[in-house]
Design a protein around this ligand. Structure first.
Ligand SMILES: C[S@@+](CC[C@H](N)C(=O)[O-])C[C@H]1O[C@@H](n2cnc3c(N)ncnc32)[C@H](O)[C@@H]1O
Length: 491
C-alpha cells in the first residue's frame, strides 16, 4: 500500500484531466488500501464510544477503515457512517461493502464526491453532518499554491502543502466537540516550516492523545513501494491536552508493540514557536548527555543557514576544477568524511566558482565552519552527518557553499577552529541522532531542524574540539565517548 502516490483525483478533476499516471497501474488506480491488521489497530485506537456514532471516512477507497470500525464497535453502539470517495473505479466494491455492513443499527452511506469540496461547503454554510468520529487514510499528494484543493482547504482557515494534512484538517473541523479522529498519515507533518500552520491548526483545536510510529513505512505496507515513515495519530476535538501515549511497532503485525505515556512537554517543547512534534520512544528516550545539554544555537550566538549558492542560477560561473580567479565551491560530494575533501577530481559536481561582481554576494569568507549535508541516504546510520570545513584544505580567501548543505557560522563569519571541530563532533553523536529522529522522520535535514536541537555550552564545544584536535575519534563509539566525557564532567 502506498499512501504517497495516490492519484490526486481532485486536482485532476479540476483540470478536467485523467489522473496523472503514477508509477504503476496499481498506483494509478489508487489501490493503496489499509491492510486489515492496521485498519483493526486504528479502529481499536478510539476510546469506547459512549453514544450513537456519526462516522466520517474521507477518501474511503474500498472501505477497509469503516469495516474495521464497524467490526470493532457495532456491538456497543449504533453507527451511521458517511464515506467519501472520488474514484469511480473503486466505487462498485465500496458500494458492495457499504451494503454488506448496513444492517441492524449500522447504516453506511457512500458519497461519490470530492471530500474537500463537500467539507468546505458544509463548513462555509454551517450545514450538513457533524461527526462524532473520523477515521482516515487520506491521499498523499503535494498541492500547488494556486490549486483548487489549496483554495478549498484554506477556506477552512488552513494553509497547507499536502492533501493529507488538508483531509485531516477538514475532518477535524467537521467533528463535534469531544469528537475523535484517528488517521494514518506520513510523519512529515511533525517538523519543518511548511507544516507549521497545520501543527498550529490541530493543536489549537484538539488534544493530541496518541501517536503510533511504525519502524518504517516499508514495513507498514510490506510488498509495496513506500517512502516515508507512517504514524497513526488520535486527536480529540476540543479535548484538554494531557499526557500522550506513544507506541511503536516495527511492522504491521504489531507483534512487538511497545508503548509508554509521555508528558506533553516532551512531545511539543514549551515555548517552541515551530511546534515541532517529537516522537520519543523507549528506544530513543533522551540519553544522559542529551539531558545535560540545554543551550540553544541562538544562546551560542551562532546561526545555521542553507548554503547560498544555487548552482543552476549561477551555472555560467561554475568551473570543474579551480583555475585563476575562482574560489572553492563546496558540495555534499566534498563532505563525505569528518573533514572537507577538496577538490574532488572526476566527481559529478564542479569544484570551483568564479569570483566576480555577480557571485561575490553569495560567497563566505574562507575559514573554519561546521557543515551538515541536507540529504543523507536511508542506508546511512545517522541522519545528521557533519563535516569540518578546514580552510587549510582549501584555496583562496572566499568560499562558495552550495545549496544542498547547511553551514554553521557566526553572522556569516567563520568560527574558531575549536568551535567548528567541537560542533562537528557533537553533531555526529548518537545523542544528536536520537534527538533528531524524535521529530524528523525523513532523511532531509533542514536548517530549521538544526536550530531546534539543543547544544552544549560554548566552553564545552570548544573543549570537545580541542580534544578532537589532539586525537580525532575514528568510530561512533569514540565520538560518543569523547563528547559524553566533556559534557558529563562539566555538569
Ligand atoms: C490512501 S487511499 C486510502 C483508501 C482507504 N481509506 C483505505 O484506508 O484503504 C486514499 C483514497 O482517497 C481517494 N481520494 C483522493 N482524493 C479524494 C478526494 N478529493 N475526495 C474523496 N476521495 C479522494 C482515493 O481515490 C483513494 O481511494
Amino acid at each position: 500500500m502506498v499512501l504517497s502516490i495516490c492519484p490526486d483525483l481532485f486536482d485532476a478533476a479540476a483540470r478536467d484531466e485523467k489522473p496523472r499516471k503514477s508509477r504503476s497501474a496499481k498506483a494509478e488506480l489508487g489501490q493503496f488500501f489499509t491492510p486489515p491488521g492496521i485498519a483493526a489497530f486504528m479502529a481499536s485506537a478510539f476510546p469506547q464510544p459512549t453514544g450513537p456514532v456519526a462516522l466520517l471516512d474521507a477518501g474511503a477507497g474500498e472501505g477497509a477503515l469503516t469495516e474495521a470500525f464497524v467490526k470493532r464497535w457495532s456491538d456497543h453502539v449504533p453507527i451511521s457512517a458517511r464515506l467519501y470517495e472520488l474514484d469511480e473505479r473503486v466505487l462498485p466494491v465500496l458500494e458492495e461493502r457499504a451494503k454488506s455492513l448496513t444492517k441492524g443499527h449500522v447504516s453506511v452511506w457512500v458519497e461519490c464526491e470530492d471530500f474537500l469540496e463537500a467539507a468546505a461547503m458544509m463548513l462555509m454554510l454551517s450545514r450538513g453532518d457533524r461527526f462524532t468520529h473520523a477515521i482516515l487514510n487520506p491521499p498523499y499528494r503535494k498541492i500547488g499554491t494556486a490549486s483548487r484543493a489549496r483554495g478549498l482547504i484554506s477556506s477552512a482557515g488552513l494553509e497547507t502543502v499536502n492533501l493529507y494534512t488538508g483531509f485531516v484538517g477538514l475532518a477535524l473541523e467537521l467533528l463535534r466537540p469531544g469528537g475523535q479522529l484517528v488517521a494514518i498519515i506520513p510523519r512529515s507533518f511533525c517538523n519543518g516550516p511548511y507544516y507549521r500552520p497545520f501543527r498550529r491548526f490541530i493543536t489549537a483545536r484538539a488534544a493530541l492523545c496518541s501517536i503510533h510510529l511504525f519502524g518504517s513505512r516499508r514495513d507498514a505496507f510490506a510488498g509495496d513501494e513506500v517512502l516515508q515513515e507512517n504514524v497513526i495519530i488520535r486527536l480529540e476535538r476540543g479535548g484538554a491536552q494531557g499526557d500522550v501515549l506513544i507506541s511503536t511497532s516495527t511492522n504491521a503485525g504489531f507483534e512487538d508493540l511497545d508503548s509508554r505515556v509521555w508528558k506533553f512537554d516532551e512531545i511539543i517543547v514549551p515555548g517552541d514557536d515551530e511546534l515541532f512534534i517529537h516522537v520519543p520512544t523507549t528506544e530513543n528516550a533522551p540519553l544522559a548527555e542529551e539531558q545535560a545539554v540545554t543551550t540553544s544555537l541562538a544562546d551560542l550566538g551562532l546561526q545555521v543557514s542553507t548554503g547560498p549558492v544555487v548552482d543552476f542560477r549561477l551555472r555560467r560561473h561554475l568551473r570543474g576544477m579551480p583555475e585563476n580567479g575562482t574560489v572553492p565551491l563546496i558540495y555534499p560530494q566534498h563532505l563525505k568524511g569528518p573533514w572537507v575533501v577538496w577538490p574532488v577530481e572526476g566527481g559529478k559536481k564542479p569544484n570551483a566558482i568564479a569570483r566576480n561582481r555577480e557571485t561575490e554576494r553569495w560567497l563566505f569568507p574562507t575559514g573554519w565552519y561546521a557543515a551538515v549535508r541536507r540529504f543523507s541516504s536511508k542506508e546511512e546510520r545517522r541522519r545528521v552527518v557533519a563535516t569540518v570545513i578546514d580552510p587549510r584544505l582549501l584555496d583562496g580567501d572566499a568560499l562558495g557553499l552550495e545549496n544542498h548543505i547547511n553551514v554553521f557560522h557566526s553572522k556569516r563569519r567563520p568560527l574558531s577552529p575549536e568551535l567548528a571541530a567541537g560542533l562537528t563532533l557533537y553533531l555526529n553523536t548518537s545523542a544528536v541522532d536520537a534527538a533528531f529522529r524524535r521529530f524528523n522522520g525523513h532523511t532531509q535535514v533542514n536548517a530549521t531542524d538544526l536550530r531546534q536541537l539543543s547544544y552544549p555550552t560554548r566552553i564545552e564545544l570548544e573543549e570537545i574540539g580541542r580534544q578532537g584536535g589532539v586525537h580525532w575519534p575514528t568510530d561512533q563509539q569514540e565520538v560518543d565517548k569523547l563528547v559524553a566525557g566533556v559534557i558529563t564532567s562539566a555538569s
